[in-house]
Design a binder for this molecule. Structure first.
Ligand SMILES: Cc1cc2nc3c(=O)[nH]c(=O)nc-3n(C[C@H](O)[C@H](O)[C@H](O)COP(=O)(O)OP(=O)(O)OC[C@H]3O[C@@H](n4cnc5c(N)ncnc54)[C@H](O)[C@@H]3O)c2cc1C
Length: 369
């Protein structure tokens, strides 16, 4: 290990490994520091849907970063499996947004009529839907289907990006960063839990829900907190080929042949344990949508923490104090947004023009009146 780097990245989740991968394509000395192991938190236990929100305006910054990242995923899927030797199950499949009451039905109809010329949505009445998916329960009213939708195995994707970065020369250190010293603007000292002192020109914090720990060095309060979510992996003799979403929930069959169903949104601090509440609430909602899953067998229940910014939008920022950067706050969509977060912050670190505007994601939005 060297003692000085061009970039040190804190955090081996999807955001950190994406930044590491794009940095590995440059002639830079890069070190990624991870306190546990690559993909050991939300990035390894997410659902893996890569589906931009339906119905956002074209110029909406959140829509722009989602579409940008969706396209980066497409390109990555052409290079990363071969480079890393890891097939992370990237596939495109239609996503069915389900309506279960009048309000949801009206909202989906409105989106469909507003964007009908884009040719990315289809609308199915209850009768039409029953023909496509006869197993749906009686509470389902109708569905908006989006063709801009894909999925991955998030653990394998994160690992694959980490492995590809390493193959391209990025170093990975298993340790916890617990102190930072901004000696000069472009000379930052990082101290790890095993008392290593390492110097870097640029430091990127992509520490997921733990990012707010670094607030004091940034000179502003990082408004990110953990939002717990749980997922059930179920065994059934049937598969669910497409993706289905309703309210905050979703279900599909994944690469392992199991049906993955979620989720919960729990404001319970840093508790990462699966609970009985998670099991019963997910099952109750799931059976309304697919009654046949009543008889499925629970194989695994997981829980992890989304890094949620108070306004639910990602944060890409630089500190006024030195070359200290932040990329986090991806909330429920970090697997989708990870590649864009990594690429945009790297371009920012290298003082390049970013391919989409990043000003809307600055922390400065929180101090505006
Ligand atoms: C149940 C659930 C389902 C989800 N499903 C989807 C989905 O379908 N689609 C989607 O797009 N998103 C989904 N998400 C959201 C997504 O998982 C997250 O937004 C994303 O994984 C966050 O990535 P990250 O790299 O910012 O954080 P993390 O994955 O949490 O990684 C941060 C890393 O930083 C490390 N770290 C923290 N502090 C330090 C330190 N001091 N020193 C060294 N290392 C440190 C941690 O150990 C951790 O590994 C889901 C989330 C949950 C909980």
């Amino acid at each position: 290990m060297k003692n000085s780097y061009d970039i040190i990245i804190i955090g081996g989740g999807i955001v950190g490994v994406s930044a590491a991968y794009y940095a590995s394509l440059e002639n830079l000395r890069v070190l990624l520091i991870e306190k546990d192991s690559i993909a050991s938190h939300a990035s390894g236990f997410a659902y893996g849907g890569i589906t931009p929100h339906v119905g956002l305006e074209e110029n909406d910054p959140y829509n722009q970063i989602s579409q940008y990242s969706y396209n980066l995923h497409k390109s990555l899927a052409e290079e990363i499996p071969e480079l890393s030797g890891i097939d992370y199950g990237y596939r495109s499949y239609p996503n069915f947004e389900l309506a279960m009451n009048d309000k949801e039905e009206e909202e989906l109809e409105e989106i469909y009529s507003k964007y009908s010329d884009l040719n990315i949505y289809e609308y199915f009445s209850k009768k039409e839907l029953k023909k496509i998916e006869p197993r749906l329960g009686p509470k389902i009213r109708s569905s908006l289907v989006t063709k801009i939708s894909s999925g991955v195995e998030p653990y394998k994707l994160t690992l694959a990006l980490g492995t590809s970065s390493e193959k391209n020369g990025v170093e990975i250190l298993n340790s916890e960063v617990n102190d930072i010293n901004i000696e000069t603007e472009n000379n930052i000292k990082v101290t790890t839990s095993n008392k290593k002192e390492i110097f870097t020109k640029n430091l990127l914090v992509s520490a997921g829900p733990w990012s707010s720990f670094f607030s004091k060095w940034f000179g502003f309060e990082i408004p990110i907190k953990p939002l717990k979510g749980q997922i059930l992996r179920l065994k059934s003799n049937q598969i669910i080929e497409n993706g289905f979403h309703w309210g905050p929930n979703y279900v599909t069959t994944k690469q392992d042949g199991l049906i993955w169903a979620g989720t919960t949104e729990e404001d319970v601090g840093f508790d990462e344990n699966p609970s009985n509440y998670g099991l019963t609430s997910i099952m109750e909602s799931l059976i309304d949508v697919f009654p046949f899953l009543q008889d499925s067998e629970l194989v695994l229940q997981t829980a992890c923490l989304r890094p949620l910014a108070i306004d639910k939008s990602p944060i890409l920022s630089k500190s006024d104090k030195g070359n200290l950067y932040l990329a986090s706050g991806t909330g429920r969509q970090g697997i989708l947004l990870g590649p864009a977060m990594g690429k945009l912050i790297l371009d920012n670190i290298l003082s390049r023009k970013t391919e989409i505007p990043i000003e809307p994601f600055s922390h400065k939005r929180f101090s505006k009146a």
